[in-house]
Write a protein that binds this ligand. Structure first.
Ligand SMILES: [Zn+2]
Length: 151
């Protein structure tokens, strides 16, 4: 079963949902129950889900801003291209201490490091593109949720 990423606009959790469910049903965030939106991405398999959700929690707890998420997604992308996984994970651990146990578990295994970084990039990209808190993209499902913009 292929899974695609969805983003909760309320608590900023990025989750993986089965493609069939993403197409046919309303999605609710398992963490806070708010509406979640599908954000196109590469698909993942069921075996990725646990680590993906753990990473999503870690990123959400670090309270990265939208622009930080966008910048960080780019940095991770560069690290993936240049195979500098160890250094990039060290950088991210400083910002998101919740990553430490995962970094330790991956050790110097480049494949394990890469799997973490690819998921982090997917999560950070979704957050970086999130309409939440933006006056430019007031995309919300429920009209009552639209905040009156200041000025
Ligand atoms: Zn949520």
């Amino acid at each position: 079963m292929s899974l695609v990423r969805a983003l909760c606009l309320s608590c900023s959790r990025v989750l993986l949902v089965p493609i069939a469910q993403a197409q046919s049903r309303e999605l609710n965030c398992p963490t806070c129950g708010a509406d979640a939106r599908v954000a196109p991405s590469c698909s993942y398999s069921e075996s990725d889900r646990e680590q993906f959700e753990e990473l999503s929690d870690i990123v959400a707890e670090a309270k990265v801003t939208r622009s930080e998420a966008r910048n960080s997604a780019e940095t991770v992308q560069h690290a993936l291209w240049s195979s500098s996984y160890t250094r990039e994970l060290e950088r991210l651990c400083v910002r998101m201490p919740g990553l430490l146990p995962m970094q330790v578990a991956a050790g110097t295994n480049a494949g394990a490091q890469r799997r973490i970084l690819v998921k982090l990039q997917t999560i950070l990209q979704a957050l970086g593109a999130a309409p939440r808190g933006s006056a430019e993209y007031p995309i919300v499902t429920d009209p009552t949720q639209i905040r009156v913009s200041k000025g």
